[in-house]
Design a protein around this ligand. Sequence first.
Ligand SMILES: C[S@@+](CC[C@H](N)C(=O)[O-])C[C@H]1O[C@@H](n2cnc3c(N)ncnc32)[C@H](O)[C@@H]1O
Length: 271
Amino acid sequence: MDDEISSIVKESYRQRALRILEASKDSCCSDGCCSAEIRDSVTCCTESSTDYCCDSSAPVTSQNDCCDSLPLTGSQISFGCVTDFMGYVNPKKGEVVVDLGSGPGKDAIDAANLVETKGMVIGVDFTEEMIKLATENALEQNLENITFVHGDIGNLPLDDGIADVVMSNCVVNLVKDKAQVFKEAYRILKNGGRIIVADMITLASEDELNRLDPEDFCACIGGAVSKDSYIELLENAGFKDVTAIEQSQSNYTKANFTVPYISVIFSGNKL
Ligand SMILES: C[S@@+](CC[C@H](N)C(=O)[O-])C[C@H]1O[C@@H](n2cnc3c(N)ncnc32)[C@H](O)[C@@H]1O
């Protein structure tokens, strides 16, 4: 089951990365992305448009699922659940930051600009196409203090005690063995380092969650746990002073039932 979920998650993010990589070559308003019908119906697909695939008011069908309302603007693309994540992470000049599940690289790139040339950012992602996309996005900004590494966040290809900060935006919910992810995060942090994780937290009962299938993992809901469980996982990994900042509540609606969730920003210290 774990492997099945992991493969589904990887394939889902592979497809997202490929769509963005394709769209950045060619405006997605061109043939091959949205159907002619969709292209004609959305305001962004004008002859001069290169920015967006399709806006959120566009109808989406399985034949043109590239039109899933993602803004396609290079390093601005984020799949995170918290905007202004850097306001919480607050990377300082000279720090080494590791981003778990870096995706298209937006948070890592923002952090690289903040730690400046004396600092360093390492993004880790298990989807090769995401690594390619993030690397291209960083190159566009001529950043030399950032690197993206292919790997699983449950088995980080990084040495012990290298990071001042471990951050992650909407990724740990996608992993079944969350304890292992936090164990690895703790291992690579220096003493005195900190973790800041934004994630989806479910407010649903076990019964409701049991109705979700592995594909709901890709929507960041199927693998979400409660706030208390999340805090316990961080504390069990060794983190001290764990805090949680809740954002506003939303609903994930599937067929005829609804799962309430919130985004939460957790932080903790390695003393
Ligand atoms: C919801 S996206 C978030 C990406 C990024 N943090 C952001 O805010 O845009 C989840 C990312 O985590 C990656 N991911 C999921 N499970 C992973 C794992 N076990 N190891 C490494 N990366 C993983 C996916 O490939 C995807 O790029």
